[in-house]
Design a protein around this ligand. Structure first.
Ligand code: HEC
Ligand code: HEC
Length: 279
């Protein structure tokens, strides 16, 4: 997985030719795991203890059952990378991403977390029941690509979806299509969601009553720049502005709840969940 969104934002910003503090370009890399004791045999007790620690330490990003939310779905990650691999992700973090290195946890604690993480399978985070080939056709017909990129193709008004299948669970993908914006953060507290503050829609009202809605691209002492739903930039003088407020729950992404049938949404989710797998 990559920090593709930060790159995507950087691309939007440089494309707009605006001065902006780009996210620091950290090197991508495999975790650097310190030397550690061998894996003690997993027991029902170690799994239960790991679950408690996970709830307090990891669930804020990965969800209580590992199905994701503010961070990626890690269900099935244990099966894919093995206990040593999971240990390495926890102790070493993943450089250049929102996954922190938990260097202050001791060996025994990390192994309990690993034992719990190994029990998280793919099943009840939702299984793709749709037809991903039909889903791709719905994706094209719905013109999702005007706002989203998959690989080299598509727009940048919304996040890059090239790896969305490994970043989000079926449940989360379905929720996003039905109610986009419901999970948009208003503050940049969580690193993984921080770039998402860039998608919060603001409503600016000028003193002469003009209303402009857009995402905040840039701001200096005198002006603020908003990007509207069509991608056009508006530069507003602060002295001309009466108010500017975020609109929680609002997104430029339309809801597809009434535009597509439940079966079509299932197909679309099956397509999305196939993106980024085993690459
Ligand atoms: C602040 C948010 C955050 C917290 C807290 C967090 N993670 Fe992560 N984690 C992430 C992000 C973001 C990634 C994806 C990194 C990437 O893009 O490759 C990730 C990736 C992972 C992966 C690798 C998944 C894969 O398929 O490659 C594992 C395993 C993991 N986390 C386990 C944990 C565990 C266990 C904890 C608690 C000790 C934890 N994480 C706490 C944000 C977080
Ligand atoms: C007018 C632009 C626009 C269109 C059209 C659009 N989206 Fe989005 N999409 C966005 C924006 C902006 C966000 C980020 C804000 C949010 O989550 O609501 C987003 C978020 C998403 C996410 C969540 C990404 C994540 O990392 O959690 C998914 C999945 C998604 N869109 C899929 C789709 C699909 C599939 C379609 C077509 C059926 C589509 N979008 C059409 C703008 C758009």
């Amino acid at each position: 997985m990559t920090a593709i969104r930060s790159f995507c934002m950087a691309a939007i910003i440089s494309a707009a030719g605006l001065a902006f503090v780009a996210p620091p370009a950290l090197p991508q890399g495999q975790p650097v795991t310190p030397p550690h004791a061998a894996h003690p045999k997993a027991t029902p007790e170690s799994i239960a203890a790991g679950k408690d620690i996970f709830a307090g330490t990891c669930a804020v990003c990965h969800g209580i059952d590992g199905s994701g939310g503010n961070g990626p779905n890690i269900r099935g990650a244990g099966a894919a990378m093995g206990p040593e691999g999971v240990y390495g992700r926890i102790r070493g973090g993943i450089i250049g991403t929102g996954m922190p290195a938990f260097t202050s946890l001791d060996d025994a604690t990390v192994w309990k977390l690993v034992d719990y993480a190994m029990t998280l399978g793919h099943e009840d985070a939702g299984v793709a029941t749709g037809d991903s080939k039909k889903g791709k056709e719905i994706y094209d017909a719905s013109k999702c690509g005007t706002c989203h990129a998959v690989g080299a193709e598509g727009g940048n008004l919304g996040p890059d979806l090239s790896h969305i299948g490994v970043q989000r669970s079926i449940v989360t993908l379905t929720k996003t299509l039905e109610d986009p914006g419901n999970n948009l953060p208003l503050d940049a507290g969580l690193q993984e969601r921080a770039t998402f503050t860039a998608y919060v829609v603001y409503r600016a009202v000028t003193k002469d009553g003009k209303v402009i809605e857009g995402t905040r691209v840039n701001e200096d002492s005198f002006t603020i720049q908003l990007r509207d739903a069509n991608g056009n930039l508006h530069s507003i003088q602060k002295f001309e502005m009466k108010s500017i407020d975020p609109e929680p729950g609002k997104s430029f992404m339309p809801s597809y709840k009434d535009k597509l049938t439940a079966a079509q949404i299932n197909d679309l989710v099956a397509y999305l969940s196939s993106l980024g797998e085993a690459q």
